[in-house]
Design a protein around this ligand. Structure first.
Ligand code: FAD
Length: 395
């Protein structure tokens, strides 16, 4: 049996890595958190946040992860204060005359919340900054690991200098294209599966109403314009805007080229009611300017190596976003990991092995559900809506 290690190096200061660092800090480990990019809290680094959708659906799964750290649920309370409840989805046909059809999420009134990913990440980083046993090192990318020797090498992205640190445990939370996972594969005979779906996502923005300054759509819904093979969605933000995403195949995007006319005609045909909400010029500007990003799904197993390393969050199970559970599952990973550490006190190898064994079926399952929900969101909701409407009309 190994004795409890003292130092953990967490790689990646996204929501999952930051939360993991906070859990380890409260468990009295010496924590070093390394992040490839700059500190999100600094204004000059704000644009770095654009690589992930700005608004996310936060559900009980993620909330439980945030609840279990520190005293009196201080972090959770701060996070929840900044969220907006979404009681259901609102299905839009795209016709200006159609005000949308509300489909409640839960007969008992339970709901999910819209959370600003940047704000959530900053709140966790702020909580870490208050901890005496945590060092946060930005602009450092993982390059090499010698796990048996307990050595990890980073490159300072500004000076290009190499820095080698010693640690008892490595926690890789460095996202879908995880370097930790790639390096771990040298030590572990890892089952690994990666899929890109034939869909890109592009972000749009609905500002507040120009006269009233209020939300232009119901703030307590996740809005969906389902079009069978593609869809547009809108999620509310606390500043009365909506972050919108167009999910569509690369060939359909390419078919619109750089033509303002084709783009407008496409929106007129499919999402006509969105045009005045975004504004015709802004809509085309965002179409031209905002990146179109791929969607990856990753499954692997196991997630750990001896008592030396573990991967969590997107590094372990990146999923397509249609179930709104990627970050939620990652925050849950941290809670579950600490459940297994508690079950095996003083035996880190057993705790990590037990985590890998128990987490695999759950995370593979949620990846599959996420993939399945793409069909639900872009197509099946319409047939349900049709049936529901008919049912109401016939009453
Ligand atoms: P990331 O957020 O990717 O963070 C990883 C961090 O590691 C980054 O800061 C990165 O810079 C750093 N890093 C990378 N490489 C290195 C390296 N070599 N060395 C050091 N650091 C490194 N999830 C939900 O729960 N609900 C939703 O509604 C939702 N909607 C989504 C919508 C879209 C369009 C997309 C794309 C995703 C959505 N997700 C959603 C998923 C969610 O964004 C991710 O699951 C979540 O961000 C994963 O967090 P993470 O901390 O594991 O990884």
């Amino acid at each position: 049996m190994s004795t409890s290690p003292k130092k953990v190096v967490v790689i990646g200061a996204g929501p999952v890595g930051s939360l993991a660092a906070l859990y380890f800090s409260h468990a009295n480990w010496e924590v070093e958190l390394y992040e490839l990019r700059g500190d999100l809290r600094l204004p000059e680094n704000l644009s770095l946040n654009f690589s992930k959708s700005i608004n996310l659906a936060l559900s009980d799964r993620g909330i439980d992860g945030l609840r279990n750290v520190g005293d009196n649920e201080v972090l959770l309370k701060k996070v929840l204060e900044e969220t907006i409840p979404m009681h259901g989805r609102m299905i839009h046909s795209g016709k200006p005359s159609d005000k949308g059809m509300s489909q409640g999420y839960d007969v008992h009134g339970r709901f999910i919340r819209s959370a600003d990913r940047w704000k959530l990440n900053v709140q966790i980083l702020d909580a870490l900054a208050e901890r005496g046993n945590v060092k946060m090192i930005f602009n450092h990318g993982l390059r090499k690991m010698d796990l048996d020797a307990g050595e990890v090498e980073f490159e300072n992205t500004k000076t290009k200098e190499s820095v080698t640190v010693h640690t008892d445990l490595v926690v890789g939370a460095d996202g879908a294209h995880s370097a930790t996972r790639r390096l771990l594969q040298k030590n572990v005979q890892m089952y690994y599966e990666q899929t890109y779906i034939d869909t890109l996502w592009q972000e749009y923005h609905i500002p507040p109403h120009p006269i009233t300054g209020d939300f232009q759509l119901s703030p307590n819904h996740l809005h969906i314009w389902p079009k069978q093979t593609y869809m547009f969605i809108a999620i509310p933000s606390a500043d009365k805007t909506f972050t919108c995403t167009l999910f569509m195949s690369p060939s359909l995007f390419a078919g619109l080229g750089k033509s303002r006319e084709k783009h407008l005609a496409f929106f007129k045909k499919n999402f006509e009611d969105v045009i005045p909400l975004v504004g015709e010029d802004a809509l085309f500007d965002q179409f031209m300017r905002n990146p179109r990003l791929p969607l990856i799904s990753v499954k692997c197993d196991p997630y750990h190596y001896k008592d030396r390393a573990i991967i969590i969050g997107d590094a372990a199970h990146a999923m397509v976003p249609f179930y709104g559970q990627g970050m939620n599952a990652g925050l849950e990973d941290v809670r579950v990991l600490f459940d297994h550490l508690a079950l095996h006190p003083g035996d880190l190898a057993a705790a990590l092995a037990s985590y890998s064994k128990h987490r695999r079926p759950d995370s593979h399952c949620i990846n599959d559900l996420a993939m399945r929900n793409y069909i639900e969101m872009r197509a099946s909701v319409t047939s349900r809506a049709y049936l529901a409407r008919k049912w109401v009309e016939e009453m």
